[in-house]
Design a protein around this ligand. Structure first.
Ligand code: AMP
Length: 637
């Protein structure tokens, strides 16, 4: 923890007594830029920095002399000392060292050796810094910016927005960062929900709304409903690798192809970088102008490139079309049609493109809401929510779980307890039982994902429920409860109901999922749905078969003397076949072998039953026979 103390000079963080009376702001903690806004009596405003800019670049520089610089000044250092500057840290929030290790070489920073529980740290000079600490610097800068704008009034509470796709670990990391920055998190709100709040859709007519968010690197679409005063995210979708940057690439390639056709140098990474820079400027200019002309200078050779808005749109169309196809798929998946939507909110710098606006208008049959700056709309919504939460006029906001949460059961099968897209907060429980006679502990393995088998889902936590009283298999009742709070954080508890033995864990994995992985997991579950179901059915058959084999082995140990050597041999053979089928056979072989074992053991089972009855009756008078057989007295002759 000592590194945390280095970040804050004494007096920089407001003292506790100041915090209590502090103002509550809304913060959009973005990948590229962050924004802070304040709402007073229903009117929200973005609080600009001393430079007058509403956006604070989400960039932190750690200078050699120990100084920490955030924002535009940090971005300026990037050109000369890139190894001292951390940007896009949001992508690393909640991720573990092991998980990010494979990114080594792609990440611009060396990873510090993991010392505490797999926590990821980036090596910057002599310091090892966690993503939470970097985010805390950005939040601290935003807090100071807000305090300056409020003429020194302390700011101590905030509503902070996170992507709807952010998982548990990333949300927990965001809260930790806020705490480090001296901010109490009033609530984490999903970005699309905040955008809808900015337009006051929570106060408006009941209905269904879409939020179309096309930024620099990612695309997200969310469907929200407002019903009986409850505002809820119905469904989300997107593509973590689709955004304005892709349009820049298409334009840059076009410029470089023009150069190459004219016989000018157009290869190499320096050329690509310059072309990209120019492409972005051209793209943004063409949102407000019909045409323009740009000069690309590479290696002392200048080339002129004219581009019209129509020309840009030809280059950008495939990308915009892809985003609209995702919208259609999400609407369909929710069982709706585009005309069911009451309104569409635009978020992200790329939605300034007329082509995007036209595409959205055509898809939804109505022009989108564009009154609020698409870079600021999320922070404005967060500010409105902060005012509502501190002013007592709380709209009930319901978000959804982005992926299903469940448990591993016998055979590596996943039992989903909370399905994907369930509104949160939510608490659901399911009962499980023991598998073996005398079992006194049960391993609880908490999983996240859509696939049927545990090894294809993401492991969130493991713990053991101990102290189960020994009983016959299937007699114990173990109630496993999952609860997800309003911030999307999961707690799992397990309780043996006859004795009340209980264990509980707050699931706070040391790392989270990236948007890409989240999207990939969803895609994989759709792609593998049929195979997964078959794998699940096979695994269930194996569990059933092994359960029968286990019972038979116990019976053989107790009453094996009832069998002739030949009978014993044939049963042993049937057991071996079954074991083999469970190890490498398909579902049909497993069920076939289980059935064969069942048939082969029929007569043994009957003989055991006879012996059991005989033993129970041994030495008892005839009038006790009914009791011994467990029959009602009235039924005896
Ligand atoms: P964001 O991630 O929301 O900050 O969006 C950044 C993206 O918006 C970048 O790809 C920018 O080039 C793009 N962008 C910003 N302003 C405009 C504009 N006027 N026209 C088109 N794209 C823009």
């Amino acid at each position: 923890m000592s590194s945390l103390l280095q970040i804050y000079e004494p007096g920089q963080t407001p003292a506790p007594h100041e915090r209590e009376a502090g103002a509550a702001v809304g913060i959009d903690l973005g990948t590229t830029n962050s924004v802070v806004a304040l709402a007073l009596e229903g009117t929200a405003a973005v609080l600009p920095g001393a430079d007058g800019q509403p956006l604070l670049p989400s960039v932190v520089a750690y200078a050699e002399d120990g100084a920490i610089v955030v924002g535009q000044a940090a971005r300026a250092i990037l050109a000369t000392q890139p190894d001292r500057v951390i940007s896009s840290v949001k992508r690393l929030m909640g991720r573990g060292a092991a998980e990010v290790k494979r990114l080594a070489g792609i990440l611009p920073h060396a990873l510090a050796p993991a010392s505490d529980g797999g926590m990821l740290r980036l090596q910057v000079g002599e310091r090892a810094i966690s993503p939470v600490e970097v985010s805390a610097e950005i939040l601290n800068a935003l807090r100071q910016r807000a305090e300056a704008a409020l003429q020194g009034r302390a700011v101590s509470r905030a509503v902070i927005t996170v992507p709807a796709y952010f998982d548990d670990a990333a949300r927990a990391a965001t809260k930790d960062a806020a705490r480090l920055a001296g901010l109490e998190v009033l609530r984490l709100v999903n970005e699309p929900t905040a955008a809808a709040l900015a337009y006051g859709l929570d106060n408006g007519a009941e209905g269904l709304y879409a939020v179309y968010d096309l930024g620099g690197g990612t695309f997200d679409v969310s469907l929200l409903t407002m019903e009986k005063g409850v505002f809820q995210v119905l469904a989300t979708g997107g593509d973590a690798a689709l955004g304005g940057d892709d349009i820049d690439h298409a334009v840059a390639e076009h410029f470089l192809a023009e150069r190459a056709a004219a016989g000018q140098a157009a290869a190499g990474s320096a050329a690509a970088k310059q072309a990209l820079h120019l492409a972005r400027a051209a793209k943004e200019y063409l949102s407000d102008h019909p045409a323009g002309e740009w000069t690309l200078e590479i290696g002392g050779q200048a080339s002129r490139h004219a581009l019209s808005r129509a020309g840009l749109e030809d280059l950008a169309r495939p990308l915009v079309t892809r985003s609209l196809a995702i919208c259609r798929a999400v609407i369909e998946e929710a069982g709706l049609t585009p005309d069911a939507l009451q309104g569409v909110v635009l978020v992200g710098g790329s939605t300034r493109m007329p082509l995007v606006r036209a595409g959205v208008t055509a898809l939804f049959g109505r022009p989108p809401l564009t009154g609020i700056n698409p870079d600021e709309v999320v922070a404005v919504g967060a500010a409105r929510q902060a005012e509502a939460l501190t002013g007592g006029a709380d709209t009930l906001l319901l978000d959804v779980t982005p992926l299903s949460l469940g448990l591993e059961t016998m055979g590596g099968i996943v039992e989903k307890v909370i399905p994907r897209n369930t509104p949160i907060p939510v608490a659901l429980a399911q009962e499980f039982t023991t598998y073996q006679d005398g079992q006194t502990a049960m391993a609880i393995h908490v999983l996240q994902g859509e696939r049927e088998m545990a090894d294809q889902c993401r492991s969130l936590a493991r713990f053991d429920l101990r102290g189960i009283p020994p009983m016959t298999a299937g007699a114990a009742r173990i109630r496993v409860g999952f609860s997800v709070d309003a911030d999307g954080l999961l707690t799992v508890s397990a309780r043996e109901t006859t004795t009340g033995t209980e264990q509980q864990v707050a699931v706070k994995p040391t790392y989270g999922l990236t948007d890409e992985e989240m999207a990939a997991m969803l895609r994989a579950s759709q792609l593998h749905a049929r195979d997964d179901m078959e794998a699940r059915l096979r695994a269930e058959a194996v569990v059933e078969a092994r359960r029968a084999a286990l019972a038979l082995r116990a019976a053989l140990a107790a009453d094996g003397d009832l069998l002739s050597p030949a009978e014993r041999q044939s049963l042993d053979q049937a057991l071996a076949h079954l074991e083999q089928a469970c190890a490498d056979g398909g579902r049909e072989r497993v069920t076939g072998a289980a059935q064969a074992l069942d048939e082969a053991s029929q007569s043994f089972a009957e003989r055991r039953m006879d012996r059991g009855i005989r033993q129970a009756l041994a030495g008892q008078a005839v009038d006790h026979l009914s009791d011994a057989l467990g029959l009602a007295a009235a039924a005896t002759p």
